[in-house]
Design a protein around this ligand. Structure first.
Ligand SMILES: CC(C)(COP(=O)(O)OP(=O)(O)OC[C@H]1O[C@@H](n2cnc3c(N)ncnc32)[C@H](O)[C@@H]1OP(=O)(O)O)[C@@H](O)C(=O)NCCC(=O)NCCS
Length: 202
């Protein structure tokens, strides 16, 4: 599908975007703790952030357009004040340079099961890179776990590099993997997904 399709991407503002993400997470069912809209607003408010959502027609009802894939990212800096982010920048400190650079952290994202493998996540990732480069970011970082094989495989295809691996002694499947992609303007010319991007609210 990738290459032959025009992906429809919506770039949301904070409040509406948080509600959309809460809604789409209901459909995933595979994550133990889904993010609420309030939690999303709390994390993103007051910092540079990007909420992207891809939509597609339902196969058996093409008139219905539904959200199928999403990606939420925000800037991380040194020093942070929120404990989770203090911890994150501390863990990344030896592998990612924050001084004098802008670093974007991909916090949450995924594609609804029935729409996987069709290029939606690549399209969102390419849009995220475009936005990040335009905003002057230098690097995108993301955290996953050994056991999230689909995500690891996908990040490999999207050319993220492992920068740190934290072994969880009791169960290696739970070990954390930190990945990064350095941003360069010329990357944009290598992007593959055709897309239309709508800003919400318009
Ligand atoms: C990982 C995930 C987001 C991929 O979304 P997707 O929309 O299916 O991804 P795409 O179709 O855009 O694929 C992007 C690239 O990754 C590759 N890819 C996708 N799924 C893959 C997999 N399971 N294994 C290896 N590569 C994979 C595709 O071939 C594509 O590469 P290409 O463009 O070079 O051909 C989706 O599988 C998902 O939501 N999984 C559950 C989320 C999760 O595990 N979260 C854990 C918390 S980090």
């Amino acid at each position: 599908m990738s290459g032959s399709v025009e992906y429809r991407i919506t770039h949301y503002d904070l409040v509406q975007g948080a509600l959309e993400i809460q809604y789409i997470e209901e459909f995933f069912g595979e994550f133990p703790r889904k993010k609420t809209a309030a939690e999303i607003v709390r994390r993103l408010e007051g910092r540079a952030h990007l909420i992207l959502l891809a939509t597609a027609p339902l196969p058996d009802d093409p008139g219905s357009i539904v959200p199928v894939s999403f990606k939420v990212a925000h800037e991380i800096k040194v020093p942070e004040t929120e404990p989770k982010l203090v911890d994150l920048v501390h863990r990344l400190g030896d592998y990612v340079t924050f001084q004098g650079r802008r670093v974007l952290y991909t916090w949450i994202g995924g594609t609804r099961r029935d729409w996987r493998g069709k290029g939606f996540f690549r399209a969102l990732t390419e849009q995220q890179e475009l936005w990040a480069i335009e905003q002057g970011f230098d690097e995108i970082v993301v955290k996953t776990k050994n056991k999230f094989y689909d995500m690891r495989g996908t990040l490999d295809h999207l050319r993220f590099e492992v920068v740190q691996y934290e072994r969880y002694a009791a169960d290696n499947a739970e070990s954390k993997v930190y990945l990064s992609k350095k941003l360069m303007a010329e990357m944009i010319s290598r992007h593959r997904s055709a897309k239309t991007v709508v800003q919400m609210p318009v």
